[in-house]
Structure formats: structure tokens, C-alpha cells
Design a protein around this ligand. Structure first.
Ligand SMILES: Nc1nc2c(ncn2[C@@H]2O[C@H](COP(=O)(O)OP(=O)(O)OP(=O)(O)O)[C@@H](O)[C@H]2O)c(=O)[nH]1
Ligand SMILES: [Mg+2]
Length: 530
């Protein structure tokens, strides 16, 4: 059957994933009653849509995730996927959004265009157009089955204008795109295109137009493994959908459709869509809030066991995961030569020279020119960083943009409102020194390493230990214990025992320990030593 307007629609439902509304006659479709003849939704998309609306979303169930706690106890690898949400609930929110994503699941042959601003306040610092182009190409190559077919750097005076380029360069670009019919998408290497600009460019070029936001979101989608990452990505998509909705409704209004009331509902089409988007956002936020609480709980458990936490941060692909693997010997970690390989926060136990156990937190990498909304969506996982005892900032010292990357990472950290004491105690690591001929240390405080070749790790561990001892207020003490009592086993359990010198005839031992104030207080109370 056809809708009352005898036209085919579903265009809105395809783009916004909300209840299907006919864009011509503004009636709700009852799925199954009429079928779109032309639709941008695939049949599976339609099925998903149907399922999405028929089920109740987000019934949160609490379950114990004992493996995590056990992992922390053993100082072993902890994958922080929380089991308080059903897989199906998260998948539903994630999939629902998937229908909406602009990029879809198809492969792309891409032309990358970098708008080069040569003068004025918008001219990027500490980098060049060629390096920015190389990064944009790297982003595309990260995606499986996507290929860069062509790339071009074109200058522009005002990248904010709708067509990005002036008339001349716009014409050159359009001809170049039209001359290569194999091209299926154009990636304009800017932080974010306005929906109007995106639409205008798509109309002019007849292919998909992407910006950094949509490409990075797509990479995130492909790499997300845990529920938290999936929900955070779904949240990051909301502003994108909202601005697209506005643009689409403005377009509809021109045809006299967007602000018409939907039969019997008392709401206009725009109002319905906005309400549904708001509802979705609330569901995601509420699910994330549950995970945040769980994360807080884990944090306090770690604190109570007094394992110092070291957050390993840095630009994407700088070698964070490789370094943690080298420091902990955790064979399960799989570094990949890929941007945003790590999206899910994981915790890995390792030992410092004094045998103190620390927990290394592997985090999502940073990238320049990323909208704050994207970072904000990951704030739940990044909250762990603010609560850690130390930040290790890993830099790929072999990268031509290493300085620019450092500035970017520090800026993001500042925006995350990391406590000042944590910012001031950052241990900077110069990684990948094996790739630099005649490496010379330019910053005296940085620790040079090759995580891959396992060079410089002992010095790094010592630096981490010294910084931890300072930041956690732990003391290194030598205490005399009675071997016949439980003192020694207590110290092994509650502190870090470094050395034991047994005085055989006395039945005592001199024990060197790293111990927190609180634990030392408990020790004295228990064993009444002076
Ligand atoms: N030559 C060399 N390569 C390294 C070194 N450290 C890491 N790599 C390589 O750099 C690539 C990225 O390493 P990862 O450890 O996945 O980097 P990451 O910072 O965790 O990346 P994301 O999770 O994507 O942000 C991999 O191919 C590693 O093998 C090093 O010291 N020397
Ligand atoms: Mg990683």
C-alpha cells in the first residue's frame, strides 16, 4: 500500500531513525501497512527500525561483574566493560544510531581535500598543509575497505563559507571530482561542516561529503568494543543529528511541510523529531550515568587497596598500548598501527622496581581539530584520568608533528580540568627513539624509550616510582619486625616490601617498605610499635 499522499518517503526515518513520518503528508507510517517504493533504508534497516520501536528500551539491570574486582586484586588486566546493562539494550541504542549515521557501512573511494589557510588567525600553527593532509589520509586508511583515490590541497581565505573555497578553486575541485566517477565520497579536512554547507557540496558534487567529525565518528564506531564506548559514541552523534534535523526541516519548510501539525498529534513534525531525539539522548545519558557510578565504585575499591593508578595518555598512535604492554608484560594487549585502535579504557597491573604494584590505565588517543562534543562524550571514561595518581604523557618523537601533538594533548588535558598537581607532575615519555637517527634529548625531563624494542624501560619505571611515591604521600621506611608475629605477612599484604634482612639470633628482621600514611597508622595500632 502507498501512504495517503501516494508518494514514497521514509527519508526522515532513514536519516533520524525516529518514527517514520511521511515527509509529504506528515502522517505516521504504520510499518507493514505501506511500504516505501523508493527508500534510503535498506530492508535490514527497516527491520531494525521496526524492532527498535516495538521494544522497550533501556531496562537497566544490575549485575555483579566480579571479574573486574578480581582482576584488580591480582593486579592483572582489567577490561572495564560493565555488565550492569544488557548487551541488547546497548546494541539497540547503538544500532538505532547506526541507521542514522551518514557514512553507513559501505566502502568508499575517497577524494581528500585539505583547505589550506595561509594567512590570518585561522592559519594553523606548528604544522603544515602537507602534514595535515597526511593525517587526513591516515584517517581514511584506518577504515577497512576505504581507499584514497585522490588528494588535493587547495588554498582558501575563508574556510567558513558554505563552499569552503573561492569560486576559482571550487570550480577546479568540482571538475576534478566529476572527472573521476569512481569517487564515492569527498573528505573535506575541516573540523566540522555546517549541514547547509554539507548539503550544498553534496548537491554540487553528487557524492557523499564528510568532515573530520563524521570520519572520526565512523572510525570510533568500527573500533568500539565495550558498552561504554558504544554509548559514548551514540551520544556524540546526537548533536550531529540535531543540526541535520534543523537543516532538513528548514528544507521541508520551504516546501511547506515541516511546521505542519501531524494529524491528531498536536505536534509539528519538527517537534516530534526533536522530542524523540531528546528522549534518546536522555536514555543514553542515563545508561552512561549508571556506568559512571560503577566506575566510581571500582575507583574507590582500587583506592582502598591503595594501588596507585597511572594514566597513560597521548596522541593517537603514539604507542600508549605498546608501552603498557612492555611495562606490564601483558601479552593480551594488541597494539595496532591504526588511529584510535584503543577506544575502551582498560587497566593493567604492573610492578615498579621496588615491587610496588601500579595500575596502568590505557586510554583513548587524542587528535587535533576534534570538536569538544566528541571529547565530552568520552568524559565518563576520561574521568578516571582526573582521579589517577600520575599521568604519563607518551609522545611519538619520530613523528614530524610531535610538537604540535604535544600542544594538542596538553590543551585537551587542560579542558578536562585535570587537577593542577596532576598536571604539574606529568612524566613525559619520548617514545619510538629507535626510529630517530642519532636521537638527542631535547627536553631534559623527558624519558627516552622505545616501547617496541623495550629500551629505556627501567629508567622510566624508576621515574614513575619516584613520582608515585611523591604524589601518593607514601613513605619508604625500614621497620623492625618480630618474625614470630604476623607483622611481616601483614606488611606483605598492605604495603610494598622491598627488602628483608633477617637478624637470625634475634628472631627479627629489618624490613624496607613503601607504605602509605594510613597503612602505617594501622600497622602501629595493630602491632603497637613506636
Ligand atoms: N618503531 C616503533 N614502533 C612503535 C613503538 N611503540 C609503538 N610502536 C608502533 O606504533 C603503532 C601504534 O602503537 P599503539 O601502541 O597501538 O599506539 P596507541 O597510542 O595505543 O594508539 P591508539 O590506541 O590508536 O591511540 C604500532 O604499530 C606499534 O607497533 C616504538 O617504540 N618503536
Ligand atoms: Mg592504544
Amino acid at each position: 500500500m502507498l501512504p495517503p499522499c501516494l508518494k514514497t518517503c521514509f527519508v526522515f526515518s532513514a536519516q533520524f531513525g525516529t518514527s517514520p513520518v511521511c515527509t509529504c503528508c506528515c502522517s505516521y507510517a504504520r510499518l507493514g501497512h505501506w511500504t516505501p517504493v523508493v527508500s534510503s533504508l535498506s530492508s535490514t534497516g527497516l527491520l531494525n527500525l521496526n524492532r527498535t520501536f516495538s521494544s522497550t528500551v533501556c531496562k537497566l539491570k544490575r549485575k555483579k561483574h566480579s571479574a573486574e574486582e578480581e582482576g584488580v586484586q591480582g593486579g592483572a588486566d582489567v577490561h572495564e566493560d560493565f555488565d550492569i546493562l544488557e548487551d541488547s539494550e546497548v546494541e539497540e541504542l547503538f544500532q538505532q544510531q547506526h541507521i542514522l549515521t551518514k557514512v553507513g557501512s559501505e566502502d568508499h573511494r575517497v577524494l581528500v581535500v585539505h583547505p589550506d589557510v595561509k594567512w590570518g588567525s585561522k592559519k594553523p600553527q606548528l604544522t603544515t598543509a602537507e602534514l595535515m593532509m597526511a593525517e587526513a589520509v591516515g584517517l581514511v586508511n584506518t577504515l577497512q575497505n576505504w581507499t584514497v583515490l585522490d588528494k588535493v590541497i587547495l588554498s582558501t581565505k575563508a574556510p567558513d563559507r558554505r563552499t569552503i573555497f573561492g569560486k576559482g578553486n571550487f570550480k577546479i575541485l568540482t571538475e576534478r571530482i566529476k572527472g573521476k566517477p569512481q569517487i564515492t565520497a569527498v573528505f573535506v579536512n575541516v573540523e566540522r561542516l555546517s549541514p547547509a554547507s554539507e548539503r550544498e557540496l553534496e548537491e554540487a558534487w553528487g557524492v557523499k561529503v564528510l568532515d573530520r567529525y563524521s570520519v572520526v565518528l565512523h572510525i570510533f564506531r568500527c573500533n568500539a568494543r565495550t558498552k561504554e564506548a558504544k554509548l559514548q559514541i551514540s551520544l556524540a552523534e546526537i548533536p550531529l543529528l540535531r543540526s541535520r534535523l534543523k537543516d532538513e526541516v528548514a528544507k521541508l519548510d520551504q516546501q511547506g511541510g515541516g511546521s505542519r501539525y501531524i494529524m491528531g498529534s498536536g505536534e509539528t513534525f519538527m517537534e516530534v523529531q526533536q522530542r524523540l531525539l531528546k528522549e534518546r539522548e536522555l536514555k543514553i545519558r542515563s545508561a552512561l550515568e549508571k556506568l559512571r557510578k560503577k566506575r566510581q565504585l571500582l575507583r574507590s575499591q582500587r583506592k582502598s587497596r591503595e594501588f596507585p593508578v597511572v594514566s597513560v595518555m597521548g596522541y593517537t598512535n603514539c604507542g600508549k598500548t605498546t608501552l603498557i604492554k612492555a611495562l606490564t608484560g601483558d601479552v593480551k594487549l594488541q597494539p595496532r598501527d591504526q588511529l584510535f585502535a584503543t577506544l575502551d579504557v582498560t587497566v593493567h597491573g604492573g610492578q615498579l622496581p621496588s615491587r610496588m604494584t601500579v595500575l596502568y590505565v590505557d586510554t583513548i588517543g587524542f587528535l587535533s581539530q576534534l570538536p569538544h562534543q566528541l571529547i565530552d562524550s568520552f568524559s565518563a571514561t576520561l574521568e578516571d584520568v582526573a582521579h589517577s595518581d600520575l599521568i604519563v604523557h607518551v609522545r611519538d618523537i619520530s613523528h614530524p608533528e610531535t610538537l604540535n601533538q604535544k600542544v594538542n594533548v596538553l590543551n585537551v588535558l587542560k579542558n578536562l580540568q585535570i587537577p593542577e598537581c596532576l598536571m604539574n607532575s606529568i612524566v613525559e615519555v619520548h617514545n619510538k627513539i629507535d626510529l630517530v637517527d642519532n636521537y638527542e634529548q631535547s627536553e631534559p625531563d623527558a624519558v627516552p624509550v622505545s616501547a617496541l624494542k623495550e629500551q629505556g624501560l627501567e629508567e622510566l619505571k624508576q621515574r614513575i616510582e619516584a613520582a608515585i611515591v611523591k604524589s601518593t604521600g607514601k613513605h619508604i621506611l625500614t621497620v623492625k619486625v618480630e618474625l614470630s608475629s604476623a607483622q611481616l605477612s601483614w606488611l606483605y599484604k598492605e604495603a610494598t616490601v622491598q627488602e628483608v634482612d633477617v637478624v637470625a639470633d634475634e628472631g627479627t628482621a629489618l624490613v624496607k617498605v613503601i607504605i602509605s600514611n594510613a597503612a602505617y597508622g594501622r600497622y602501629r595500632k595493630l602491632f603497637q610499635t613506636n
